[in-house]
Design a protein around this ligand. Structure first.
Ligand code: AMP
Ligand code: GLY
Length: 424
């Protein structure tokens, strides 16, 4: 069969790498892809902000399966459009992708279905913000309602700061259109967990859980990023907790969406805070996480094509995935200046030496390839990943690989999975 992956990041490289292991695939495309993905799939140009461009690509490829990486094409309705044309596609429809595209929709949905989440207020003006703030205690979390590529959430230390962040969001200068509505939230404390499930609109099958590292600096300091690293192990959640999360969060979401006429198929990413009051939903994503997908797929032993098709066909069951008991980790190497402004076009060296280390796979996120040489082409450049029986070994191997890789301005966190190792 012919399979098309849409996207260009580390998550898409991991998807392509895993899909390539399936004996069922005769031809694998990725659009637009990146320098590293081009070694594993045929890369084709596309504009993921433009539905017509994606449809034109579909006509050219005639895919038997399309896997959508990022949220934007989903929120534009690529699944609705491809399905209408008879091209099987994995992911939620435009209506179901609202769970990620609108934080106010997600919060009201959670409240309607009594799924645990932080107390909140939805505000359309500064007057509403000032009124609502009277009911909050500092710190207050201020969120732009729409998609803001990870830049739409600020944890304000005081109510004054919360008001000024909200004003900046409303002005359009901070996150554009995404900030015309603002959600204020109670600030939750605890460990964050990325809990992803596969859904066919009715049933869910959990993936192994992972933990992301959102802040740019060691010890969770500095600004938020798209994610600087992630890990997954057998004991990140025990069986009892996994069943609780399925029964009290993932299933009620999928059943609620169906009851409301927006059946949710695809991967449902539940971003959770494990608080003293129990797990609470911080956000939903309507797609695989990046970088969580890198360690998660390194632990997947069964065929990914079969699982994705089960979601489309409405026959998901718990046994769709077979997981390795090994641990896996991904350390993101980013461009100098990221998550602020950064330069691209820096020559990357040491990739072969890194890949030669046992258990290591280097996923490319923002790279280009010119005449056999790799260059930086984005903020997050590489996801240096490793799998091993013990988390400590996986982490050691990933960092040994990181040390082999060089480009001007490169930086990465030194403490990925550090908290898990301290606990054990
Ligand atoms: P979101 O895009 O909603 O996941 O927010 C990005 C990050 O902001 C999350 O991963 C958390 O680290 C943080 N965050 C979001 N909402 C809250 C909250 N209510 N309390 C504490 N931290 C939050
Ligand atoms: N790693 C967070 C995300 O994929 O949104």
């Amino acid at each position: 069969m012919k399979v098309l992956v849409l996207g260009s990041g580390g998550r898409e490289h991991a998807l392509v790498w895993k899909l390539r292991q399936s004996a069922r695939i005769a031809k694998l495309y990725c659009a637009p892809g990146n320098g590293g993905i081009a070694e594993d799939a045929e890369c084709l140009p596309v504009d993921l902000k433009n539905l017509d461009s994606m449809v034109a690509l579909g006509m050219q490829v005639q895919p038997d399966l399309t896997v959508v990486g990022p949220e934007l094409p989903l929120t534009l309705g690529v699944v609705d459009e491809f399905t209408r044309r008879g091209w099987p596609v994995f992911g939620p429809t435009k209506a179901a992708a609202q769970l990620e595209a609108s934080k106010s929709f997600a919060k009201e949905f959670l409240q309607r279905h009594r799924i645990p989440t932080a107390a909140y207020a939805i505000c359309d003006s500064m007057e509403e913000v000032r009124e609502a703030l009277a009911l909050f205690h500092a710190p207050v979390v201020v969120k732009a309602d729409g998609l803001a590529a990870g830049k739409g959430v600020v944890i304000a230390a005081s109510k004054e700061e919360a008001a000024s962040v909200a004003a900046e969001m409303f002005s359009g200068k901070m996150v554009g259109e995404a900030g015309t509505r603002v959600v204020l939230e109670e600030c939750l404390k605890g460990d964050e967990l990325s809990f992803l499930v596969l859904s066919d609109g009715e049933r869910v099958a959990p993936l192994v859980a992972a933990q992301d590292h959102k802040r740019v600096g060691d010890g969770d300091t500095g600004p938020n990023t798209g994610g600087m690293g992630a890990y997954s192990t057998v004991d990140i959640v025990d069986d009892k907790m996994r069943d609780w999360l399925v029964n009290h969060i993932a299933k009620p979401v999928v059943e609620g969406m169906k009851a409301e006429g927006a059946e949710y198929k695809g991967v449902l990413y539940c971003g959770l805070m494990m608080t003293a009051r129990g797990p609470m939903v911080l956000e939903f994503n309507c797609r695989f996480g990046d970088p969580e997908t890198q360690p998660i797929l390194m632990r997947l032993e069964s065929d990914l094509v079969d699982a994705l098709e089960a979601s489309i066909a409405g026959r998901v069951s718990e046994g769709d995935f077979k997981w390795s008991g090994d641990a896996a980790v991904c350390v993101v190497i980013a461009s100098g200046g990221y998550p602020g402004t950064y330069e691209v076009g820096k020559n990357i060296v040491g990739l072969d030496a890194a890949a030669a280390i046992e258990g290591v796979k280097v996923f490319h996120a923002g790279t280009s390839n010119r005449d056999g040489e790799f260059y930086t082409a984005g903020g997050r450049v590489l996801g240096v990943s490793a799998r091993a029986a013990e988390l400590e070994t996986a982490v050691q191997q990933a960092y040994r690989a990181c040390e082999k890789i060089h480009f001007e301005g490169a930086h990465y966190r030194r403490d990925i999975a550090g908290r898990a190792m301290k606990k054990s």
